[in-house]
Design a protein around this ligand. Structure first.
Ligand SMILES: Cc1cc2nc3c(=O)[nH]c(=O)nc-3n(C[C@H](O)[C@H](O)[C@H](O)COP(=O)(O)OP(=O)(O)OC[C@H]3O[C@@H](n4cnc5c(N)ncnc54)[C@H](O)[C@@H]3O)c2cc1C
Length: 398
């Protein structure tokens, strides 16, 4: 397979570019391209613009208000948005709970939630992990006991990404403690404003408030918020995880960051020559570029395939491992390119409270934080070690 797109696809690309040129606000583009932090309102502003265009449900079928685009068109859209510096559309609604509701939800749930996911009215968060249940997710202990027309939920979730912004959480809960562990789990939709829910920040190593702990104490959840059947939640949970893994490959973002790295390495000098002309550094950049091209080819091949297991099989694991290795590798090369200038952390600049960094230069200021932050990619969505276990079992038969 090569990367020759059809004339129709190239025309589609032009349409996307024209939209981005006309509609992507300069301040958002500036923040994304310069590794500055985005607020909830920044994300929502872009979400609403894309929604107005009818393109938020890029991967959704038309019957639910999606675009009905082909896999290649979805790839082109993601690639162009990333290249232009558009904020990401948060995945929790569009790529995670949305597809689960479409596949397993009832008509009322579809009618209520899908339009609100598209419009950005609801901000969802993912309540899967717990202090004792990450890689071994099926060990989760958060308990939901049926009492009349409600469940009473007690337990703790952790690492809840952007839970501080969310008004809804899709949550895995144990409804049958006596069943074998995968069989006693259910998939509940929980209003974050229900009494008994406490969200506490976990501050990441780069100083960012990106993840949270969520405590649930006697939280009353109406039974109509159960998705699918009671105790069948593990099936729905796995369906969602496959969607999460394939999108984590982030090819478009890595292409943009590779271009940034090259510009950075051209602007730094060593012995009077641009760093990018240093053979050792250039070889490292070339290697990551080759890996990225291979990843893109594979991502396109997987997206275009009709295989039933394309989101959950070995391909999804390979995309997750390679995609996140590349993302981490790029942040490492950027830090190496600027050396000690990457070290200071200027939070006020990153948060947009100051126009320029008080340290040496704006390009270098976010890089150390970004390097540390991106170690997360090898952990979330199923860690690299777990993906390798899956590969050794399914692909190698070990
Ligand atoms: C930034 C960030 C955001 C996240 N966002 C969310 C979110 O929004 N919602 C949510 O529910 N969860 C979220 N997670 C949680 C994430 O899914 C878990 O962290 C992940 O599944 C790993 O679980 P754990 O942290 O409990 O580590 P553990 O499972 O305790 O693993 C610790 C280490 O042991 C290794 N290990 C574990 N088991 C094995 C094995 N069998 N073989 C080999 N090695 C093994 C792991 O690879 C890892 O290196 C997020 C995590 C991070 C870091």
């Amino acid at each position: 397979m090569d990367l020759n797109y059809s004339a129709e696809d190239e025309q589609f690309r032009d349409t996307v570019r024209a939209f981005l040129d006309a509609k992507l606000p300069d301040d958002l583009r500036h923040k994304v391209l310069n590794h500055l932090r985005l607020s909830k309102e920044d994300f929502l502003r872009w979400h609403r613009i894309v929604h107005e265009q009818g393109w938020v449900g890029a991967s959704w079928p038309k019957e639910y208000g999606g675009t009905g685009w082909s896999a290649v068109q979805q790839h082109i859209f993601a690639e162009e948005c990333a290249a232009a510096g558009a904020p990401i559309i948060q995945p929790f609604g569009i790529s995670m709970v949305g597809p689960v509701i479409m596949a397993f939800g009832n008509e009322q749930q579809k009618a209520r939630h899908l339009p609100r996911i598209l419009s950005g009215e609801d901000w969802w968060c993912q309540g899967y992990s717990e202090p004792g249940a990450g890689s071994d997710l099926a060990s989760l202990k958060t308990r939901a006991e049926r009492q009349g027309d409600h469940y009473i939920v007690n337990g703790q979730k952790t690492w809840t990404t952007l839970g501080q912004h969310a008004n809804l959480m899709f949550c895995l809960v144990r409804t049958d403690p006596d069943a074998p562990k995968q069989r006693g789990i259910s998939f509940l939709l929980i209003d974050m404003n229900t009494p008994g829910i406490t969200v506490r920040p976990i501050i990441m190593v780069d100083g960012e408030h990106e993840v949270n702990e969520v405590f649930l104490e006697d939280v009353k959840v109406p039974v109509e918020n159960l998705v699918g059947e009671e105790n069948k939640g593990w099936t729905y949970a796995k369906y969602l995880l496959g969607h999460e893994r394939t999108s984590i490959a982030a090819v478009g973002r890595s292409k943009r960051e590779l271009a940034y790295l090259k510009r950075l390495a051209m602007s730094r000098h060593q012995n009077g020559r641009p760093l990018l002309e240093n053979p050792l550094f250039a070889a490292r950049v070339a290697q990551i570029e080759i890996d990225l091209m291979a990843l893109e080819l594979m991502a396109l091949e997987v997206l275009s395939s009709d295989a039933d297991d394309k989101n959950t099989g070995p391909d999804a694991s390979i995309l997750k491992i390679k995609g996140t290795d590349i993302q981490m590798g790029l942040t490492e090369l950027m830090v190496d390119a600027v050396g000690p200038y990457a070290a200071p952390s200027d939070l006020a600049y990153l948060e947009g409270e100051r126009e320029h960094s008080i340290f040496f230069d704006d390009d270098a200021a976010p890089l150390a934080g970004q390097y540390f932050n991106y170690r997360k990619t090898a952990i979330y969505g199923g860690s690299t070690e777990i993906q390798k276990n899956i590969l050794s079992r399914i692909a190698l038969g070990l």
